[in-house]
Design a protein around this ligand. Structure first.
Ligand code: ZN
Length: 340
């Protein structure tokens, strides 16, 4: 089968197109013929190097396709089933997994990181990670929603405990997580302030339901947030842009506000004035993926088209390098996909 493999960590040139033997399903496993694989920053981090990841590795966590082969002992799936794969799962056995906090599992397992992923014509998957594509979603839509909507849902609903009428600032509103978070926050009845680096992205964010927009390349983010919230600041920040604007973001928060972060695209070392933290009683919350029980919730809402995966474009597998560069240049609005 045709695949894209990372043999050495580095820039996008490290994505190498090559032929690999077709996978064979073992007990409890299926082989899925990949129809679409959505890219995530996770793929870029893996390519650049995540400690403990073994190479060579086929990237790609967000996968949809058709069940092509079924291993011994698999129940509830048939060849020809249209499925999407759960991008990451816990071990299912440790105390954190058993208490429903499987996204805190030390043995968390991603397609494309701990096991081979979807930059390929076929992927080997534990059968329990394959779910029927909800509603009448296309393969592209089914690959585009799991990781970002699961992440946005967990950040807003579970971590921030968002309430109707609250002001929510969504950073990098044109990203996969951003376009998902706009919709989840709207669904929860919040007032959404989208922030992005271009007016074009902000107008698309408004089409998705954002009430206000701030261009942080051309406008003063803190001044605009103060103006839009009558000097109060925002109750919740959805953040994954990292160090570059951290100080400004902290100043955008209302007293008692909650900041939830799931990434650090512009850098991981940020300064924090501790006086802001205690005097204004801020809550800084980390978030990682979402719980196993949250995935069917978002899948149902996407299947009913209450939440909508936003797709920028799909490229052939042979253009994986260009797809990574697109994301690095932040040129996309929504998800970039690969088609084998
Ligand atoms: Zn576990």
């Amino acid at each position: 089968m045709k695949t894209v493999v990372v043999h050495e960590h580095g820039d996008a040139d490290r994505l190498v197109l090559e032929d690999r033997p077709d996978p064979e399903p073992g007990p409890g496993e299926v082989v899925v013929s990949v129809r679409a694989c959505a890219l995530n920053h996770l793929d870029l981090w893996m390519r650049r190097g995540i400690p403990g990841v073994k190479l060579p590795r086929i990237p790609g966590a967000d996968i949809s396709g058709v069940v092509a082969q079924i291993g011994p002992g698999v129940e509830g799936l048939r060849t020809g089933d249209r499925v999407y794969l759960s991008p990451g799962v816990g071990c299912g056995k440790c105390p954190l997994c058993l208490s429903g906090r499987d996204n805190m599992c030390a043995a968390y397992d991603f397609f494309g990181v701990q096991r081979d992923g979807g930059y390929a014509e076929s992927v080997l998957a534990p059968a329990h990670r394959a779910f029927p594509i909800p509603g009448d979603l296309s393969f592209d839509e089914a690959a585009a929603f799991p990781l970002v909507f699961l992440t946005a849902w967990h950040m807003l609903i579970t971590r921030a405990g968002i309430r109707p009428g609250e002001d929510v600032l969504i950073m990098a509103a044109g990203s996969g997580v951003g376009t998902s978070a706009i919709q989840v926050a709207r669904l929860a009845g919040a007032r959404v302030i989208a922030a992005a680096g271009s007016d074009e992205k902000l107008s698309k964010a408004r089409e998705l339901g954002a009430d206000e927009g701030v261009n942080y390349e051309t406008q003063d983010l803190v001044a605009e947030i103060r103006r839009l919230t009558d000097r109060k600041g925002v109750d919740v920040v959805i953040e994954h842009t990292g160090a570059q604007r951290w100080e400004a973001i902290i100043r955008c928060m209302a007293t008692g506000g909650r900041l939830v972060t799931c990434g650090a695209t512009s850098g991981a070392k940020a300064d924090l004035d501790l006086r802001h933290l205690f005097a204004r009683q801020l809550n800084l919350l980390g978030s990682f993926m979402g719980r196993r029980t949250e995935l069917p919730q978002v899948a149902r809402l996407v299947g009913e088209r209450i939440l909508r995966p936003i797709i920028d474009r799909a490229l052939p597998l042979s253009e994986a390098r260009e797809a990574h560069r697109l994301i690095e240049r932040r040129e996309q609005f929504g998800k970039v996909l690969l088609h084998p």
